[in-house]
Ligand binder design. Structure first.
Ligand SMILES: CC(O)(O)NCCCCN
Ligand SMILES: [Zn+2]
Length: 680
């Protein structure tokens, strides 16, 4: 069944009316321009016109009462007719909240806009979407406003979706830099809502300074294991820390949970330049985070604005999010791909805290808890005065103009013309089965041209015309990708190993400095990877005699489980971290004979590797694998999220295998790090 398509954008300028009427240094950053400048930025990148406009509406009192008490609703309602003096007095009852005569109306619009988005996604009118709302919601609680939030938009949306659509598994991802304690309180005993939040914490120093924001708050009663807190104990966290958190904490949980709907509490105060977050992550990281979440719940993803107080940083991050929701290629991530020690320690702690509740953590090594618990306390004292591991060159002087200029330059390299065509293939025999509207036929190369291209190498292997022609087809597709005329391509080949080797050499000769090749099955030909211009990960059933893994040529022995897809742990825990550490300019995915992975495992690989190399992938697949060709073409075309099959947790043996490979390579490929070496 083809999935819904289209991205909804919900925006109503009336939500810009709510504003602070008196002086309050805590609240004066939550300004109306947050909404209007984000919308203007979307227009400047021509993104508004590409979205499906869905109107906001007022959330009803009944919908608000799904989460809030009648008393809270009445207090909010009563403020509409208050004068400034009365508004100020009511506001002082709460921690960091201000009322304006229009606040109640705006907050009901924020709730209604959020529910409109849930309806548009759940009805299939669109695949995903974003609601630009204020006041935000994730701090507000059953009976209290808090942290600029009056009604908990995202919590109401989750309760609404359970009630109206009978959903039993909803994932809420909160990438705002503050802990959404309101959402935690509302769902902490509810196993049908998995809540993940990372947040600036600094060992409980940072607002709201709650003990229950730490990594050991895992949920209560039946909800144990369904509340995940990842505290950042230092500022200056960057792209690599955020990606490591997804690879080693959130995504394994999310795929095991297998949500029917994903809602994002999308705060951008976790981005660079924000006065609240003091973090270093750049706007393109939100494209990657969004792209990962789009692989869940058959693409049903609702992104709801929370915080974000540096207008330029906020606007660029909103645009990166919407661009990705629209299916555009994911921009290359920038910065050193190495999480800092503090981030790795938090990741290790939250994995250990959740070990009792998750199958994928059943064999997690938590021996560090015995001897480290006292030490980590010492660690807190010892490290409290050192600066962060990361360069905080931008945020420490935190000069808004300086950040604006930085982002102007930074985003110029990031935003690139979207290739007109998503996927190229050859109109040769048997290819009609995976043509779709995204696909362009590429004319074949003539033999002499092919011979000259191939003559440099492997010429001895090319004895038959059939092989020569298939190489020509693959090279014709590859050229389109190398010239950035198409985003990705798929080529059927009688000799995938040979085609992949030729593709690698041709790409390096074309000038690509780093080409990643993920080869599934018997590789037969192993190109020379000494110069680091290629990184090969060979997934094969058993150890090849006499072949040991090295930094640029890694073999991962993996035979897919008969029951279902157990490949998630290998992709999330090993392949993606290595690939993101390498930062390729092109990805070659090849499937040769004797593949030991199922179609769903390979589809998962293709879908998630699109986050690399501006989504440039060339897939080379044995021409006998008709159904594999179809599902890989679907994954590349983006028309629908490929079926990743039934989730199966990894066996102890497989967990050990990944851990051994991680220990072997985590000094080379630092994104593999998810535990602090003993003895720190
Ligand atoms: C929505 C939000 O998480 O950005 N609110 C932050 C409130 C900070 C109060 N010191
Ligand atoms: Zn925030």
């Amino acid at each position: 069944v083809a999935m819904a398509s289209g991205t909804a954008l919900i925006y109503d300028e009336k939500m810009a009316t709510h504003k602070l009427l008196w002086s309050d240094p805590i609240c004066d950053i939550e300004v109306p321009e947050r909404l209007s400048s984000s919308y203007e930025q979307l227009k400047s990148y021509h993104l508004v016109e590409r979205c499906v406009p869905v109107p906001a509406r007022e959330g009803s009192e009944e919908e608000i009462l799904l989460v809030h008490s009648l008393e809270h609703l009445e207090v909010a309602k009563s403020t509409q007719t208050m004068n400034e003096e009365e508004l100020k007095r009511v506001s002082e009852n709460y921690d960091a909240f201000f009322f304006h005569p229009s606040t109640y109306h705006c907050a009901r619009l924020a709730v209604g806009a959020t529910l409109q988005l849930v309806d548009a996604v759940m009805s299939g009118e669109v695949r995903n979407g974003m609601a630009l709302v204020r006041p935000p919601g994730h701090h507000s609680q059953r009976n209290a406003a808090n942290g600029f939030c009056l009604f908990n938009n995202v919590a109401i949306a989750a309760e609404y979706a359970k009630l109206k659509y009978g959903l039993q598994r909803i994932l809420i991802v909160d990438w705002d830099v503050h802990h959404g304690q309101g959402i935690q309180y509302i769902f902490e005993e509810d196993p049908s809502v998995l809540y993940f939040s990372w947040h600036r914490y600094e060992h409980q120093e940072f607002w709201p300074s709650l003990k229950e924001s730490d990594y050991d708050a895992v949920g209560l009663g039946k909800g144990k294991g369904f509340n995940i807190n990842l505290p950042w104990n230092k500022v200056g966290m960057g792209n690599s820390d955020y990606l490591a958190a997804f690879f080693h904490v959130l995504l394994p949980m999310a795929f095991e949970f297998d949500p029917e709907l994903v809602i994002v509490s999308s705060g951008y105060d976790s981005g660079i330049g924000d006065p609240e977050g003091q973090m270093n992550a750049t706007p393109e990281v939100f494209a990657h985070l969004t792209h990962f979440l789009m692989q869940l719940a058959n693409g049903k993803l609702c992104v709801i604005l929370e915080g974000g107080y540096h207008l330029k940083s906020l606007g660029e991050s909103v645009c990166m999010t919407v661009k990705t929701l629209l299916g555009d290629p994911v921009p290359q991530i920038t910065g050193e791909m190495a999480p800092c020690l503090s981030a790795v320690e938090s990741i290790q702690n939250v994995r250990a805290a959740h070990k009792p509740y998750w199958k994928w953590l059943a064999y997690e090594d938590t021996s560090f808890l015995q001897n480290l618990s006292t030490k980590s306390h010492l660690l807190k004292k010892a490290n409290s005065n050192t600066s962060t591991e990361h360069e905080t060159k931008i945020t420490n002087n935190n000069n808004t103009v300086k950040v604006e200029r930085f982002l102007e330059l930074h985003m110029k390299n990031i935003l690139f013309p979207v290739p007109p065509i998503k996927t190229a293939t050859i109109g040769s025999e048997g290819s009609e089965h995976f043509l779709s509207e995204h696909v362009q036929l590429v004319k074949e190369m003539d033999k002499t041209e092919i011979k000259s291209l191939v003559s440099g190498f492997y010429a001895d292997l090319v004895e038959e015309d059939k092989i020569l022609l298939s190489l020509g087809s693959m090279l014709a597709i590859l050229d389109k990708i190398l010239k950035k005329e198409v985003c990705n391509g798929i080529a059927a080949s009688p000799t995938a190993a040979l085609s992949a080797a030729v593709a690698l050499r041709h790409s390096v000769r074309f000038g690509f400095q780093r080409v990643l090749c993920v080869f599934v099955g018997d590789m037969q030909i192993t190109p020379n990877t000494e110069d680091g211009k290629m990184l090969i990960i060979n997934i094969c059933e058993k150890e090849q005699p006499g072949k040991t893994s090295c930094k640029h040529c890694i073999s991962l022995n993996w035979k897919e489980d008969a029951e279902g897809n157990d490949f998630f742990s290998a992709v999330l825990g090993f392949i993606l971290p290595v690939a993101y550490s390498y930062q390729p300019n092109l990805t070659v995915i090849a499937v040769g004979p004797n593949r030991s992975l199922g179609i769903s495992g390979i589809s998962l690989l293709v879908a998630l590797l699109q986050g690399l190399a501006e989504s440039r992938i060339v897939a080379v697949i044995e021409d006998t694998e008709i159904s594999l060709l179809q599902s890989v073409a679907k994954a590349l075309g983006g028309a629908s999220t490929p079926p990743f099959g039934i989730y199966v947790p990894p066996t102890q043996e497989k967990v050990k295998k990944i851990k051994a490979l991680r220990d072997q390579f985590q000094q080379e490929w630092k994104m593999l790090q998810c535990s602090v070496k003993d003895g720190i």
